[in-house]
Design a protein. Structure first.
Length: 394
C-alpha cells in the first residue's frame, strides 16, 4: 500500500474532478426508465421507439469513441472535458422544452456524443497519471459513472412528483454538469500533459484479441443498458408505482457502485482476473433467473445480484483490456476501440428487448436471452490468461 499513501494533493484533486465528471455520464439515460409511463402518457411512444432513448445515445457513444481520442489530442484534455460537459449539460437542460419523441431522442443522442468524448479520454488519462493505482482509480471512475445512474434513477420520480413535470425530472441533471464544469475549470492545469504523439486506432481493427475484448465488453454492457432501460418499466407492468420501480433501479445501481469499488480492489491482488470475472457473470445469471421466475418474491435480492455482477463486470472489462498493454497511449487506444465496438453492440440490446416486449407482450424472453449471453461470456473469460497477453497485442 506504499503507492496509495504517496498520492499527492494535486492527484487527489484530479481524482475528485474525474469523479464529478463521471457522475454526468449516465443520468441522461438512467432518468428515462422510471419516468417512461409518464412520458408515454404525454408523448406517443411505443416500447420499440422508447428503446431508442437508450439505444441511440449508446450507439452515439460507440461511434464517437473512434474520434474521441483524436479530439482530445487536438484540443488537450482540459478543453475536451469542458466541451463534453457543455454538450451534456445543454442536451440535458433542453429537455425542459421538449414536445415530441424526436426531440427527446435527439437530446439523448447529443448527450451520448458528449459522454463518449470523456469516456475515450479517461482510461488513458488514468493510466498515465495514476500508474501505480490503475485498477483502484478505474474502479473509482467507473463507480462514479454508476453512482450518477443511481442518483438519477432514484430521484427523477421524486422530482417529477414534486414539480408535476416529467420534463423537470429529466432536465434537473444539468446541474451535475454545471458543478463538474466549475470544479474542472477551477483546477490548476495538470502536468505533465498526456503524451500527444499520435496513436492510431487502425491496427486494432485487424487484431483478433482486440475484437474479443470488444465483444466481451459489448455483451457485458448489453446487460447493463437493457436493465437500465427496462427494469423499471418491467416492475411498473407488474403493478409497482413509478416511484418504487425507480427506487428499485436506484437500489440496483447502488449495488453496482459498491461492486465497482470493491471488485477492482479484490482483483488487484492478482494479474489473473478470470476467477473474478466468472463469479460476476454467475451473479448476473442468477439475478436474471430470479427476475423471470420470482419477480415479486425476494424482489430486492434479484436487483442486488444483478447490480453486484454488472457493477464489477464494467470496470473489470476495461481493466482486462488495459492489462494487455503497458503504454498509456496504446492502452488508451485499445480501450477506446473496445468501448467503441462494445457500445455499438450494447446499444442494440434495449431495442431488441423493446421489440420482444412489443411482439411477445413480456420482457421475460429478453431476460432469458441475456442469461444465455452471460453463459457464453464465461467461455470467453477462459481465454484471458495474462501469461499470453504479450502474444496477442503489442
Amino acid at each position: 500500500m506504499e503507492h496509495v499513501r504517496a498520492i499527492t494533493r494535486p492527484a487527489v484533486l484530479l481524482m475528485l474532478g474525474i469523479v464529478l465528471v463521471a457522475l454526468n455520464l449516465r443520468p441522461s439515460m438512467a432518468a428515462i426508465g422510471p419516468l417512461l409511463s409518464a412520458i408515454r402518457g404525454d408523448i406517443d411512444l411505443s416500447f420499440s421507439l422508447a428503446s431508442l432513448l437508450t439505444m441511440l445515445p449508446v450507439m452515439a457513444m460507440g461511434l464517437a469513441m473512434f474520434f474521441g481520442i483524436k479530439v482530445s489530442q487536438r484540443l488537450g484534455e482540459q478543453r475536451t472535458v469542458v466541451l463534453s460537459l457543455l454538450i451534456i449539460g445543454l442536451a440535458t437542460a433542453s429537455r425542459l422544452f421538449l414536445d415530441s419523441a424526436a426531440q427527446l431522442i435527439l437530446s439523448a443522442v447529443i448527450a451520448g456524443v458528449g459522454i463518449a468524448l470523456i469516456q475515450a479520454l479517461m482510461p488513458a488519462l488514468i493510466k498515465s497519471r495514476f500508474r501505480d493505482n490503475v485498477a483502484l482509480c478505474m474502479g473509482l471512475y467507473v463507480t462514479s459513472i454508476m453512482g450518477g445512474a443511481a442518483i438519477a434513477a432514484s430521484f427523477a420520480p421524486l422530482v417529477m412528483a414534486r414539480t408535476g413535470s416529467w420534463r423537470m425530472g429529466l432536465a434537473i441533471w444539468a446541474v451535475l454538469a454545471l458543478v463538474a464544469l466549475l470544479f474542472w475549470i477551477a483546477q490548476p492545469a495538470q502536468s505533465p500533459p498526456l503524451e500527444s504523439k499520435p496513436s492510431s486506432n487502425a491496427p486494432f481493427f485487424g487484431n483478433s484479441r482486440a475484437w474479443l475484448l470488444a465483444i466481451f465488453f459489448g455483451l457485458g454492457t448489453a446487460s447493463y443498458t437493457c436493465v437500465l432501460a427496462w427494469l423499471a418499466p418491467y416492475y411498473v407492468e407488474k403493478g409497482w408505482s413509478e416511484q418504487n420501480a425507480g427506487l428499485l433501479l436506484g437500489f440496483l445501481t447502488a449495488m453496482e457502485v459498491i461492486s465497482g469499488l470493491v471488485t477492482p480492489a479484490i482483483a488487484n491482488r492478482s494479474r489473473d482476473r478470470r476467477l473474478v470475472l466468472v463469479v460476476l457473470l454467475v451473479l448476473i445469471m442468477a439475478g436474471f433467473c430470479g427476475l423471470i421466475l420470482s419477480p415479486q418474491h425476494l424482489s430486492l435480492l434479484w436487483p442486488c445480484l444483478l447490480g453486484l455482477g454488472i457493477g464489477g463486470l464494467f470496470p473489470m472489462s476495461l481493466i482486462v483490456s488495459m492489462d494487455h498493454l503497458d503504454s498509456p497511449q496504446r492502452a488508451g487506444g485499445l480501450t477506446a476501440f473496445v468501448q467503441g465496438i462494445g457500445y455499438l453492440i450494447a446499444g442494440l440490446s434495449p431495442l431488441i428487448a423493446g421489440l420482444i416486449r412489443d411482439q411477445l407482450g413480456s420482457f421475460e424472453w429478453a431476460w432469458w436471452s441475456l442469461t444465455g449471453v452471460m453463459a457464453l461470456m464465461i467461455l470467453m473469460v477462459l481465454r484471458f490468461d495474462p501469461r499470453h497477453y504479450a502474444r496477442h497485442i503489442h
